[in-house]
Design a protein around this ligand. Structure first.
Ligand code: SF4
Ligand code: SF4
Length: 628
């Protein structure tokens, strides 16, 4: 789907509503829980099991075989499909539970080519099967559809006259599926987790279809990924609790099925798929192997909620989907999927497995050049900005790191005994930020007169997130030497602050927060709203609003934490998506007001809809208020 159609699709509104509802429910469910220790515990267990996966599989496979379950380790999707097909024999009707691993293998399509009827029995999967679509979410495959869309499909396809009512539609699907369950020759289900000792398969669901698909047919195929092994039941327990809470905001799912040996009338096969999982685990992206496909990162993602999983993904969706696609699918798809990620990091606090998704994608971009249609707008912007600055053509936002001896001001050679430095950053060199830059210089002169201004260009973050990692590292090495003589380094740019704080620790401070103690509270006649930059959604930056509140009385704004869709140069690369995200900030905003933010990139983006006079950088705003 192209950008414009992604922007215009009516299905995206369904995704927006559904994901926002799940996020609200999840926040309510987690309230009062010690989430951090739950996560730390689960992450440690998951990491430990993954590190020992081969040994654990050996133990469990032996026990499964003793219990009468045939275990097949498949290196590729093709070998898994071939094995299943052979063991299926002459089975004609197959009932199938929801399984992303089988989507990755295109198992249903493979078996259909053999003239077998394969019926998806999870309601969401059944709906998209009828519509000949791929799932658009890890746990809610038909999240892009409303009850009206489903009613239309059922009425047209099955000659019914059902209303757009979830109960009526579910009852119809149940009636339709009951007969399939009764007559099925074989069942296929996925497994959420495998316990090594005692050898046990665990499959969670909400509709009871897994129990019916697995227990009625004579042949049962359980398909799972190599990464789904755990050492013990306790190991599984912590992770599964987080899975259901993160995925569907439920304390527990409605059904939990365990399998240890075949029922008397059954043959059971357990297919363990590698297909790139071991390579992921052994790579520099190994953090991504902890993913439990809960979809919490999708529900919170400002891009996903606008464009959905058919645009931002294929079998696997969102930022993590790009990484999983890289290892288990077609890598050309992976780079296009990754290009949709804003690198905003909004997803990271939501991920129960603590996966640094944006950082992994930065690394992934290093090994891919963007498709031509996505890289062209960036190159054009680079030329425009270069021309405006009268510099080299390829200097886009985020200057290239100066090679030794070429940088125009060399703070490294101007060591100072003063202990405070102000690292201005490249965004304030943008001609559109002239006034803000002046505001910073005046602020330094007035409130930090002993500080040394380090007018040294970029912090390297744009290079990092564009995947230019050697340039980013080179930049960090220069900065390390540059800031070494100082006890404190103030940054007016929130993104640069978040990026350098993570790398250099406490000595990096946000300038707006440091200003607070030097000012008196100022009341404004018109409302002042706070816009939280995405890079301040984790770490010490989360406290910025509370700090600024000591001098600015902020009016409440329900959209203050919502992403503005800026993402540095994202608005150039995906203008329709960026504009759609930005449009969520607007509703109900009228009259005289000021939006205050510490991110220069957000500031430029917000000015596109609110106008120059209504959006101010935190430092300039506080200086102006103090001067009145
Ligand atoms: S970094 Fe932002 S855009 Fe990228 S996947 Fe995470 S939430 Fe989505
Ligand atoms: S990356 Fe994290 S939040 Fe996203 S699906 Fe995987 S485990 Fe869940």
């Amino acid at each position: 789907m192209g950008q414009r159609s992604a922007f215009l699709s009516k299905f995206n509104e369904n995704v927006f509503k559904a994901t926002n509802l799940t996020v609200q429910k999840r926040e309510k469910l987690f309230r009062g829980h010690d989430l951090d220790s739950l996560r730390e515990n689960a992450q440690a267990k998951r990491a430990m099991s993954l590190e020992n996966a081969d040994v654990l599989w050996k133990i469990s496979a032996e026990q499964f075989q003793e219990n009468g379950i045939t275990v097949f380790f498949a290196d590729t999707a093709a070998s898994a499909n071939k094995f299943i097909s052979e063991k299926m024999g002459d089975a004609k009707l197959i009932v199938k539970g929801k399984s992303l691993t089988t989507e990755e293998m295109e198992l249903r399509q493979f078996l259909e080519k053999e003239e077998r009827e394969v019926v998806e029995t999870d309601l969401g999967e059944w709906i998209i099967q009828q519509r000949k679509e791929l799932p658009s979410h890890f746990t809610a495959p038909a999240i892009h559809l409303s009850a009206g869309d489903v009613a239309q499909m059922v009425n047209r396809k099955f000659g019914e006259n059902l209303p757009a009512d979830a109960h009526a539609l579910t009852a119809f699907a149940r009636r339709h599926l009951r007969e399939k369950f009764r007559n099925a020759d074989a069942g296929i289900i996925g497994a959420n987790a495998i316990c090594a000792k005692p050898a046990t398969v665990l499959s969670v669901s909400n509709e009871g279809n897994v129990s019916l698909s697995s227990r009625l047919p004579e042949k049962l195929f359980i398909v799972t990924g190599w990464d789904r092994i755990y050492d013990s039941v306790e190991g599984i327990e912590g992770v599964q609790r987080l899975l259901s809470a993160s995925a569907t905001a439920q304390e527990y799912t409605s059904y939990v099925d365990f399998f240890r040996k075949p029922l008397p009338h059954q043959q059971v096969f357990l297919i363990v798929l590698d297909n790139g999982r071991k390579a992921l685990m052994e790579s520099v992206f190994s953090d991504g192997a902890r993913c439990i496909r809960c979809g919490a990162c999708l529900n919170i993602c400002p891009v996903y909620e606008e464009v959905g999983g058919h645009t931002f993904g294929k079998v696997y969706h969102g930022g993590i989907g790009a990484l999983l696609t890289e290892f288990t699918g077609n890598d050309r798809d992976a780079s296009a999927i990754a290009s949709y990620c804003l690198r905003c990091k909004t997803c990271e606090p939501a991920c129960p497995m603590g996966i640094p998704i944006a950082d992994l994608l930065a690394r992934l971009s290093e090994s891919h050049s963007l498709p031509f249609y996505l890289s062209l707008p960036l190159r054009m912007l680079g030329r425009r900005v270069g021309a405006m600055r009268g510099r080299q053509k390829d200097q886009g936002i985020g200057d290239s790191p100066p090679s030794s001896g070429t940088h125009h001001s060399s703070p490294i050679t101007h060591h100072s005994s003063r202990s405070v430095a102000v690292f201005i950053g490249c965004m304030f060199r943008n001609p559109l930020m002239k006034r803000e830059r002046k505001g910073i210089e005046s602020t330094v002169a007035r409130f930090f007169p002993d500080a040394q201004i380090l007018d040294s260009g970029c912090c390297g973050m744009p290079h990092f997130y564009k995947g230019q990692l050697s340039a980013a590292v080179e930049r960090l090495e220069i900065i390390e030497k540059m800031i070494e003589p100082f006890e404190t380094v103030l940054l007016p740019c929130s993104s640069g602050f978040a990026y350098l704080r993570e790398r250099f620790g406490d000595k990096i401070e946000l300038m707006s927060m440091a200003m607070v103690e030097k000012l008196e509270k100022v009341d404004s006649i018109s409302p002042v709203y706070y816009h939280q930059p995405c890079h301040l959604k984790t770490g010490p930056g989360t406290k910025e609003k509370a700090a600024l509140n000591q001098v600015i009385t902020f009016s409440s704004w329900e959209n203050e934490n919502r992403c503005c869709g800026s993402g540095g140069t994202y608005f150039v690369q995906h203008p329709f998506v960026s504009r759609k995200i930005l449009s969520r900030k607007e509703p109900g905003m009228d009259g005289k007001f000021t939006i205050v933010t510490s991110c220069p990139s957000c500031l430029l983006q917000l000015r596109r809809v609110f106008g120059r006079g209504r959006v101010a950088h935190s430092v300039s705003y506080m200086l102006q208020s103090a001067t009145k």
